[in-house]
Design a binder for this molecule. Structure first.
Ligand code: PGA
Length: 252
């Protein structure tokens, strides 16, 4: 491994695992990654288990899968940035394609969520990515530029340095069809170009971590991580089983 930034491997459990399963998993990963100093691990369980799990995570960082864009108020069933900080979250996933698709999250809403997360010192994992249709119509770069520009609207370069971007082509999520390392690299490098354009600053574009996500598996993680601009992975399906996630963490 020859990476300038510490790589980050994130488990996005979505709506999986009860408390006992989550506890066993975290204990297993903890035991088996004690001596890993050159990479960072984060786990994003369901909201309801964040607090008790924060007591056992140790070197594993805890993240939430979502948050509300307002600080507080009459929003039945929602969870705020303040609450997430309070229960021990370090990261929060924002703008996941499942939230865009099933919960109608717009770029504007995602921008608000990023801002409130930063205000409460949570580190956003900001997801962007094109659908299959958009890729087939050669719209990938436009879509990515637009999602970045809108999602990061009115943020300073200091703010942006606290964000991790996750490029997740929608057609690769949960489908078993991963982007090839070259396809992912092409978009990651484009993301850095856009960041440079938006912030007139080489530092931001070089320092920011860009994760890849979409059907990461033990047998494709090594080739993805070998790409220059891929700084880690956001893992869904393959983060459910502990040996599979451990192998992904141990990418070579
Ligand atoms: P997947 O999900 O690894 O199951 O494709 C990735 C994600 O949704 O973040």
């Amino acid at each position: 491994m020859n990476k300038l930034k510490i790589p980050l491997i994130v488990a996005n459990w979505k709506m999986h695992k009860n408390f006992q399963e989550a506890t066993n998993f975290i204990n297993f990963i903890k035991q088996n990654t004690k001596n890993l100093k050159d990479r960072e691990i984060a786990i994003c369980p369901a909201y309801v288990y964040l607090k008790p799990l924060s007591q056992i995570t140790e070197h594993i960082k805890l993240g939430a899968q979502n948050l509300h864009w307002e600080q507080k108020g009459a929003f039945t069933g929602e969870v705020s940035a303040d609450m997430l900080k309070d229960v021990g979250c370090h990261y929060v996933i924002i703008g996941h394609s499942e939230r865009r698709q099933y919960f109608f999250e717009t770029d504007d809403l995602i921008n608000k969520k990023i801002k409130i997360a930063l205000k409460f010192e949570l580190f956003p994992i900001f997801c962007i990515g094109e659908t299959l249709n958009q890729r087939q119509n050669n719209e990938t770069f436009n879509v990515i530029e637009n999602q970045l520009t809108e999602g990061l609207k009115n943020l300073t370069s200091n703010d942006v340095l606290k964000i991790t971007i996750a490029y997740e082509p929608v057609w690769a999520i949960g489908t078993g069809q991963t982007a090839t390392p070259q396809q992912a690299q092409e978009v990651h490098s484009f993301i850095r170009q856009i960041l440079k354009k938006l912030y007139f600053d080489e530092t931001v574009s070089q320092k920011i971590r860009i994760l890849y996500g979409g059907s990461i598996k033990p047998d494709n993680i090594d080739s993805l991580m070998n790409m220059e601009d891929i700084d880690g992975g956001l893992v869904g399906g393959a983060s459910i089983e502990e040996n599979s996630f451990l192998r992904i963490i141990n990418f070579k």
